[in-house]
Structure formats: structure tokens, C-alpha cells
Design a protein around this ligand. Structure first.
Ligand code: ADP
Length: 610
């Protein structure tokens, strides 16, 4: 994983230094208006030494942005850059655990699953309470099969079909090793972008999209980690900044009932794209439609993927009773959980479910699953009435064998859930997906309030509203980002071709800091892990990325260390950890406690990756 930042602009930096009092990255928590003021002052006072130029600027390196970049380059785009405000790519996409919903695929055919575009549209509209934009849903369903093929073509793996909530048939396509879809997809996209030599500028935050006097896109204003503001002039922009689930202020602004809810989202899901679109008077759809995921562990905010229920698990309340059809849509299941005592419940499953899904191993490693050799033993361990839990499981086995859930009408009951040992995890709903967002047409082209187009502006992914209506079905987020990411990349390419064509790339990663590569191979499980350590001024939290067994990036997500001291520690300690794949590395003199805190946080994260 490369760690890049733009350097240069000497004159601009010198002049800007006086007015910029922030790091520009998420490390320093300035509120939006302070940040905005700084950027505007800086931009007003500083004439960039040299303006940057690209034909397409993609904002956001999550699933949608990276897909758009790959598609545009595959079509022939030559001068395209991706801006990502976080130190790593992947956004919320890397957290996606389920899979990609697609209809009429060869994988379904091979299993004799009868599905159709119409049925996919019907399920999605029903799940979204018909609030969805039917034209966007139609596009998503029609292009879903191609999306699966495309992901596999770029080196991904979606070949196993499973059942998910709200789908009438088995439709969710997942990796063959039953692992989570997000890390697989992000890894494949990262590798493809590297192969295609697409420059991805990390820790570079887009702040404004600039329009010319005719209202067409002409550039992007961005800020680097070092606080350097600059402008990239361009012909087209693809907005792929994701949702706003991690911006509690924005969440509450649109849905006040969610005040105090925790979230499953990554720190960068702050709705920057929404703010940029408000400036341009873009149209919005369904902003108040915010989805909670029903089964999230409240202590760690880890989400138990819907696949656990899809593969057989049930939900029981504190008295040991089932209380809902576990495969109902997320809004219904969330609501049902909130109506139980304490607003929580337990997800309960047996050994056969555990064996069916490798994601479960990560929950066990995180210590958020309790085990018992018998239903009674499990009940006792989680403080639930043991006779009742035993009865609930026995009754469920009868329903399963008869194929009829007489209590809640659950249709898919994969296993009788009677193979010991038994497992349970505490769960409650948390803010998960923001369905609302900017309006687009079926070409991924952004629309204004009056329905007219903003020429040169395209959007894809969670920043877009209208695809999922009032409730997103599990597996439809990944379909959304791949289908509309490709569409945005393709249409932005067409737009540039009509506008004089592509130019030679002038922005590249040659200015990037040398990437740190592991010198030895690590022995960790792939994924993103969080850990906390004690620094000089308080807790330091890191996100550690493990790819192909080795630590490839460490991202300091939160700390209160002294600026200047932490940067030195960050740079040296993280580079040594990546090189040696251990935390037994030297600290930085003058920043010993910060170094120790970073090491402790990385060690805590890697504990989970063993
Ligand atoms: P999607 O699923 O729609 O692709 P993700 O959450 O996976 O959404 O990715 C969105 C990405 O956009 C994240 O990596 C996030 O950090 C990035 N991002 C958000 N706001 C900005 C911004 N202002 N500038 C650059 N990148 C941004």
C-alpha cells in the first residue's frame, strides 16, 4: 500500500503556511466551517505556482471511485487521478461483508436457481418501499450480471451464490472461500489500479468542485495532508465520496430519532460529497432514509454479517424467545430488536453455521461470541432462561424439518441448528447506510434541483440517492458501486472524448513518498484491524491493513499527540513495523511515549489478526 502525498508548490506552501492552521487530514478534528475558512483564506491569498491538470478527477477511493477509475482507463482514459482523503483506500467498501446481488448469472444457472431481472427489480423496490427511483433500479438489475463478470475479470472472486434478507431467491454472489466481499473487492481494485498506473493521491481531501460560467465542471479544489491547498483543472469529475453515516451531526439533521446511535461506518464517511453538492445546488433524493444494520455488536461496533442469519442463525431476546423473521429486511429486523428489552438481542447459531462462513471466525477472535456445549450451557453463559432457549432451538429444528416456520414465516431455514457447540453474540442496530444522496440520471450524471444536468459531473456509490429507496437490501450496496461506478467511469470517458479528448498525464505518483514495502513476510490474517494504545496525551487508535498476510499500511485514526512529535513517530515506527512485520522496533527519540503508544495500538490490532 502506497502512502502518497503531493509535494512541491514551494511558493504556494510558503505563502499558505501563514494562513493554514491545520493538517488538512482527519487527524486533526477541525469542524467543517473552520476548515472551510482556512481553505478559502488560503485559496484567496495564494496563487498556485502551477495549477494541476487532469481530464477526469475522481473524488474518493472506495468501491465506486476505484471501479470508475478502472473502467475509464480500460476504455482509454489517459489523464485521470483519484483523490482520497484517508491514508488508505477502501472507505466503507472494505467493511462490506456480504456480497454482490446479481440476477441471471451463470453461477445461479449452475445451481438451478431461477431468477430474473424483473424479480430483482421487484425485490429491490419492495425492500425500498417503492421509494426507489425505478429507472436506477432497472439499470442496477440489468447490469448486475455483468458486474459479477467484471469483478471476476479484474481478479476478484464472486462465484458462490447465497441467500440474503429481502431476496426471493439465492442472489448474493460471494467469494468462493466464504470470506467477506469488501476486502476481496478492494484488494482486486487496488491491484488493478496499480497495474493500470492510475495515480491515487492519499490524504488529499477534495473541498469544492468548480464550475465555469456556463455551469460546467472546470476543476476541483483540494487540500493535502500538509494543508497545501491547490486546484486541479479538469473536464469531468466523478463524485464517489460515500455516505455520511459517521457524521452524527448530519445523521441527526436528517433523522433525529438516530441521535446517540453508534455506527458501523469508517471515519471518512462524513458526507463531504453532500456538502459539495449543496454548494452546487444539486438535487437530492431520500436524505432522511438512513438504514440501521440490525446485528451489530455494541461493544466493538462489529457487524455480524447478514450471511450468519442467511446461513441459519436465529435471533433471540433476553428471555430466550425468537421475536421476528430473521430474514426480514433490515429496517423491520432493526425495529423488532429495538422493541425488545434493552433494545438488544442475541444472534444464536450452531457449529454447522460456524463452519459455513469464515467471517464467523473473526467474530470469535474478537471475543464477541460466547460458546456453550449445549443450549442450556450457552443460555447460562449469556444470562438467558435455559429452558426457554432449549425449547426455542428444539422448536426451530421442527420448523426447519417441516419447512414451515409456523411462528414468523421465515422461508429459508438452511440447517436444523442442532449441531453442538452452540454460539451467541450480543447485538443491537447501528447506523449503517445512508440511502439518500445526490440525484443522478441513468448515465450517472448529476442532476440539479430543477432536473437539468451539471455538465461534466458524475456520481456513483453511497453519495447517490434514489437507488435503494427507504431501505437497502443486503448485497445491493456492492452491486450499486460496481454498476454505477462503471457507468460513471464510462460516461465520464465519453464526455471527455466529446470535449476534445484526453491529454497526456501530468499528475503522477513520481512525486510520491517512497512506498514502504515489507522486507519479510508477515503471518497475519488479511483484513483491517483496529487497536488502541496509550500515547503521551491520551489514547492513540490505529487501523492496520493486512494484505496477503503482511501489514501493508497503518493508519492513525485518532490521537491527541503533539503535532510535529507524532508525525516523526508515525513515520518512523510505521515504516519499521511494515518492514519487519513486528512491533519490536525502535521508537523515535524525543517522541518515545508517542512511539510506544503507536506500537501498543498496532500490537493490539495485530492480536486480532493472528
Ligand atoms: P462507496 O461505497 O460509495 O464507494 P466508500 O465509503 O467505500 O463509498 O468510499 C468513499 C471514499 O471517499 C472513502 O474512502 C472516503 O474516505 C473518500 N472521501 C470522502 N470524502 C472525501 C473527500 N472530500 N475527498 C477525498 N476523498 C473523500
Amino acid at each position: 500500500m502506497k502512502k502518497g502525498k503531493l509535494i512541491g508548490f514551494a511558493a504556494m506552501v510558503a505563502a499558505a503556511a501563514a494562513v493554514i492552521a491545520f493538517s488538512g487530514s482527519f487527524h486533526t478534528r477541525l469542524n467543517k466551517s473552520e476548515k472551510e475558512k482556512n481553505v478559502q483564506e488560503a485559496v484567496a491569498e495564494v496563487e498556485p505556482e502551477k495549477e494541476k491538470q487532469a481530464d477526469i478527477v475522481i473524488i474518493g477511493a472506495g468501491g465506486a471511485g476505484m471501479t470508475a477509475a478502472v473502467e475509464a482507463v480500460q476504455k482509454g482514459a489517459t489523464n485521470l487521478v483519484v483523490l482520497e482523503k484517508m491514508p488508505i483506500t477502501g472507505g466503507n467498501t472494505v467493511r462490506a461483508t456480504g456480497g454482490l446481488n446479481a440476477a441471471e448469472t451463470p453461477y445461479q444457472a449452475a445451481e438451478g436457481i431461477e431468477d430474473s431481472i424483473e424479480l430483482f427489480v421487484e425485490d429491490t423496490m419492495k425492500g425500498g418501499k417503492n421509494l426507489n427511483d425505478p429507472e436506477l433500479v432497472q439499470v442496477m438489475a440489468e447490469q448486475s450480471g455483468e458486474a459479477v463478470a467484471w469483478v471476476n475479470e479484474i481478479g476478484g472472486d464472486l462465484s458462490v451464490v447465497g441467500q440474503f434478507g429481502g431476496a426471493s431467491v439465492k442472489r448474493i454472489h460471494r467469494p468462493s472461500d466464504t470470506s467477506a466481499v469488501g476486502p476481496m473487492l478492494v484488494k482486486a481494485l487496488n491491484a488493478k489500479l496499480k497495474e493500470l498506473e492510475v495515480p491515487v493521491f492519499l490524504e488529499t481531501e477534495a473541498v469544492h468542485i468548480l464550475l465555469d460560467e456556463k455551469g460546467a465542471v472546470q476543476g476541483v479544489q483540494a487540500v493535502t495532508k500538509g494543508g497545501e491547498p491547490y486546484t486541479i483543472s479538469c473536464k469531468a469529475v466523478i463524485l464517489a465520496t460515500g455516505g455520511f453515516g459517521a457524521n452524527s451531526e448530519m445523521v441527526v439533521r436528517y433523522k433525529k430519532e438516530l441521535d446517540g446511535f453508534f455506527t458501523t461506518n469508517h471515519l471518512g464517511a462524513t458526507g463531504d460529497g453532500i456538502a459539495m453538492m449543496e454548494e452546487l445546488k444539486a438535487g437530492f433524493a431520500d436524505m432522511d432514509q438512513i438504514q440501521t444494520h440490525p446485528t451489530v455488536n455494541p461493544d466493538t461496533t462489529t457487524m455480524y454479517t447478514e450471511g450468519v442469519r442467511g446461513n441459519g442463525a436465529i435471533l433471540v431476546n433476553q428471555t430466550g424467545h425468537r421475536f421476528v423473521n430473521e430474514l426480514e429486511t433490515r429496517d423491520i429486523v432493526s425495529e423488532a430488536i429495538l422493541n425488545q428489552e434493552g433494545g438488544t438481542c442475541f444472534i444464536v447459531f450452531d457449529q454447522s453455521v460456524r463452519e459455513s462462513l469464515s467471517a464467523i471466525e473473526s467474530y470469535i477472535e474478537k471475543g464477541i461470541i460466547t460458546q456453550g456445549n449445549t443450549p442450556e450451557e450457552l443460555a447460562e453463559a449469556i444470562g438467558v432462561d435455559k429452558d426457554q432457549l432449549k425449547k426455542t432451538l428444539e422448536q426451530y429444528a421442527v420448523f426447519q424439518s417441516e419447512g414451515i416456520d409456523a411462528e414468523f414465516g421465515r422461508e429459508s431455514m438452511e440447517v436444523p441448528m442442532n449441531k453442538p457447540p452452540y454460539y451467541a453474540g450480543l447485538c443491537a442496530p447501528a447506523v449503517h447506510h445512508t440511502m439518500g444522496g445526490v440525484k443522478i440520471d441513468t448515465d450517472s450524471q448529476v442532476l440539479k434541483e430543477d432536473g437539468s444536468k451539471i455538465p461534466g459531473l458524475f456520481a456513483a456509490g453511497e453519495v447517490v440517492g434514489g437507488v435503494h429507496g427507504a431501505n437497502r437490501l443486503g448485497g445491493n450496496a456492492v452491486t450499486d458501486i460496481v454498476v454505477f461506478g462503471r457507468l460513471a467511469g464510462s460516461r465520464a470517458y465519453d464526455y471527455v472524448m466529446e470535449d476534445g479528448g484526453f491529454t497526456e498525464a501530468t499528475m503522477n505518483l513520481a512525486q510520491e513518498e517512497e512506498a514502504v514495502e515489507p522486507e519479510v513476510k508477515g503471518n497475519y490474517k488479511d483484513g483491517t484491524y483496529t487497536g488502541t494504545g496509550k500515547g503521551n496525551n491520551g489514547d492513540i487508535t490505529v487501523e492496520v491493513l493486512v494484505e496477503s498476510g503482511s501489514v501493508t499500511a497503518v493508519n492513525l485514526t485518532d490521537h491527541a499527540e503533539t503535532p510535529g512529535i507524532y508525525e516523526a513517530a508515525e513515520k518512523a515506527v510505521i515504516a519499521s513495523v511494515i518492514k519487519t512485520q513486528t512491533v519490536s522496533v525502535d521508537g523515535v527519540s524525543g517522541a518515545t511515549r508517542t512511539s510506544d503508544g503507536i506500537k501498543e495500538a498496532i500490537a493490539a490490532a495485530l492480536e486480532k489478526a493472528k
